[in-house]
Design a protein around this ligand. Structure first.
Ligand code: ATP
Ligand code: MG
Length: 449
């Protein structure tokens, strides 16, 4: 057990209700419902992890996680609208309209979690099929995995992520020194950093991600350990690496996080197949961040495909130099060859790959203003069009794509989007194009006669 043999100076600290700023008003009503139902049924129930951290910082938590001493089966029984997920460390997802509250039983094991909770659809089902409905010999399971709230705090990654809010008396309980680190703006692993990074290298990505997201400083030992342990990241399971990568890229701080990951050598070890030239990638991520911070939803396919925009643009230039017509079939082959190594390694789902591939290909059509209404309809109705459109705007903003046809496309697309569902709109094509056509015709007649 890590704990106080390593950090004898850390002792349990409790903030009573008037001593902290975490108010129940900041917690979603659904999470409150779950906390109270567990509490009334006689179980311990704490808000844990990022929810506590963010509320204490006066930020809006992304989601709410709850820790309890009720077993997954007991939690499942209390909530009809719930499902047990995972195999080794099973959690319960309680479903509400538009929200999932995750309830996990206190764990003793400091080992890494088995995997991201939102595995690919198919994978999740496969994993569940493998999971026995009832646990094996109960005593053995519980001895090995489940633990006390204190043990659960000590197995967590960072001290600021290991704070517990007790619904029974509204106090905050800190076993690991997280409150002080939160006050000082410090990112520190729970326990010895090398040990925790060896156990689960993904924690290095997380430490840097939170440093950027919260504007915190890395505590020197944690910082040094990322430098010395960075190569271990190559041993992490690809699905978990991709999960943390996407968490970072969706956060609205993607550029800063990417830069840190790269600076500490994590990207070079974990994502060798990606374009890691910072000068090419960071401007793209800044665009993604601006959108996310402005409240826009940016599809994962858009973000991942944006990492390939420089390569895409170079390929397009190469295949259309000297004004030659683009050979579509060959271009698609080469585009696929460009995307596949990284996306396969990252275990990008088929659907996301499809959106990236077709979204990028659509950009080849948008280099010139639309010529026919039918062309606009076909493109806008393609399932990858939303991705294509975002990539088009990002590519133009960053300078990898030409913006010459942007206005013409915007006018044409606006007409489609403004037309009520199902109807085929009469698309008025860019007048510039029509004038050009009118001019051409007499000339042709002239040559014929
Ligand atoms: P956010 O959701 O805002 O990114 P979070 O802290 O809730 O932040 P999650 O990824 O949702 O982050 O994880 C929930 C909690 O689980 C964390 O706060 C942390 O206590 C614990 N945790 C997550 N990943 C690990 C890990 N690799 N090792 C140990 N504990 C972890
Ligand atoms: Mg969370």
């Amino acid at each position: 057990m890590i704990r106080n043999d390593v950090h004898p100076h850390i002792s349990r600290r409790v903030l009573t209700r008037p001593e902290h700023r975490l108010s129940r008003k900041g917690i979603s009503p659904n999470a409150i419902k779950v906390l109270y139902r567990l509490h009334r049924a006689g179980y311990l129930a704490y808000l844990v992890g990022g929810g506590v951290r963010d509320l204490l910082l006066g930020r809006n938590p992304k989601d709410f996680d709850i820790g309890t001493n009720a077993s997954p089966e007991e939690v499942r029984r209390l909530f009809k609208n719930s499902r047990i997920i995972g195999r080794r460390f099973r959690l319960v997802h309680v479903f509400f309209r538009g929200e999932v509250v995750e309830v996990s039983t206190f764990r003793a094991s400091p080992e890494p979690p088995e995997g991201p909770d939102d595995w690919e659809e198919g994978e999740l089902e496969e994993r569940e099929a493998d999971a026995p409905d009832e646990p094996g010999p109960k005593a053995v399971r519980e001895d090995n995995t489940y633990g006390s709230p204190e043990e659960d705090a000590w197995r967590r990654d960072l001290t600021i992520n290991a704070l517990f809010y007790d619904i029974s008396d509204f106090s905050i309980v800190d076993w690991v020194g997280g409150l002080e680190d939160l006050e000082r703006g410090v990112i520190r692993t729970v326990g010895q950093p090398e040990v925790r990074f060896e156990e689960d290298p993904v924690r290095m990505m997380r430490a840097l991600e939170y440093a950027v997201r919260l504007g915190f400083e890395l505590e020197p030992e944690t910082d040094a350990a990322i430098h010395s342990c960075h190569a271990l990241i190559a041993e992490a399971v690809p699905a978990r690496l991709t999960y943390e990568l996407m968490e970072g890229l969706r956060s609205g701080y993607a550029a800063g996080i990417w830069e840190k990951w790269d600076q500490y050598g994590l990207l070079g070890e974990a994502f060798k197949e990606l374009d890691l030239d910072r000068d090419r990638i960071l401007p793209m991520l800044q665009c993604v961040d601006a959108r996310v911070r402005g409240g826009a939803r940016v599809a994962d396919a858009t973000t991942i495909a944006a990492l390939f925009l420089p390569g895409f643009s170079e390929l397009l230039d190469e295949m259309t130099s000297n004004g030659q017509r683009l050979a579509n079939a060959e271009f698609l082959d080469r585009l696929r060859a460009m995307l596949e190594p990284a996306t396969t390694h990252m275990m990008v789902s088929n659907q996301t790959f499809h959106q990236m591939y077709h979204g990028l290909f659509a950009l080849t059509k948008m280099r010139r203003p639309p010529e026919r209404g039918r062309q606009v309809l076909k493109l806008t109705r393609h399932e990858s069009f939303a991705v294509a459109w975002d990539l088009f705007e990002i590519g133009i903003e960053v300078g990898w794509l030409s913006g010459d046809a942007q206005d013409a496309w915007r006018r044409a697309v606006d007409q489609v989007w403004k037309t009520p569902g199902g109807e085929v709109p009469e698309i008025v094509i860019d007048p510039v194009k029509r004038t050009r056509r009118r001019r051409r015709r007499p000339r042709r007649r002239g040559t014929a006669s």
